[in-house]
Design a protein around this ligand. Structure first.
Ligand code: HEC
Length: 177
């Protein structure tokens, strides 16, 4: 099978490769390839659109997110919480406390729940900003918290769930404008 035909075949491949290389070299000689660095406008635009690597998505201010947040969406997001929390009035505490009326109430608001010291020693009412910080990363907001939950990384999900928590009250308190 390694007869004359094969040699001719291999030979024609070599010729083809040589021709390709030759044409390419000739082309580069006649029209030098443009280096990206030479076109200043181009590199600036690339830098503007790329953004810093690994940086989190820019998040709109909380009042703006709350204004467009949807309570029903918050209820859906809260499915991530129902393994530990109940939300309706009078329901029992589970792994976590019942969350009815938590918005605007004191930290560690639920009767009969054994809160961590980290939660008990937090002063002031649960404002939207506090909930935003806690739900972003519970362990950062309250180091030592018993809430074993990584956090909600999406700003719009946090706003929706905060609006939902706000609605869980006989007399909902105003949201920040
Ligand atoms: C793995 C169980 C678990 C999950 C999931 C969880 N939590 Fe919790 N949560 C807890 C526990 C336990 C506490 C009590 C924290 C402490 O005492 O430090 C708590 C406390 C809270 C508090 C403070 C209540 C108060 O009375 O001060 C809020 C608000 C809250 N959780 C909201 C949420 C929301 C919203 C979600 C879902 C997005 C969620 N949690 C998911 C277990 C959980």
């Amino acid at each position: 099978m390694w007869g004359k035909g094969t040699n001719n075949f291999l030979g024609s491949i070599l010729v083809a490769l040589w021709l390709l290389w030759g044409v390419n070299a000739l082309g580069n000689f006649l029209i030098p390839p443009v280096e990206p660095a030479e076109s200043h406008g181009g590199t600036e635009m690339a830098a503007a659109t790329a953004g810093p690597k690994g940086a989190p998505e820019p998040v709109e201010p909380l009042p703006i997110r709350l204004a467009s947040a949807d309570i029903e969406k918050g209820k859906t997001v809260a499915k991530k919480c129902v393994s530990c929390h109940t939300f309706e009035k009078g329901q029992a505490n589970k792994v976590g406390p019942n969350l009815f009326d938590v918005y605007g109430g004191p930290h560690a608001h639920a009767q009969g729940f054994a809160y961590s010291d980290a939660m008990k020693k937090k002063d002031g009412p649960w404002s939207a900003e506090d909930l935003e910080a806690f739900l972003t990363k519970p362990a950062t907001y309250a180091p030592g918290t018993k809430m074993a939950f990584a956090g909600l990384s999406s700003g719009s999900e946090r706003a929706a769930v905060i609006k939902y928590l706000n609605s869980l009250s006989d007399a909902p308190k105003p949201l920040p404008q």
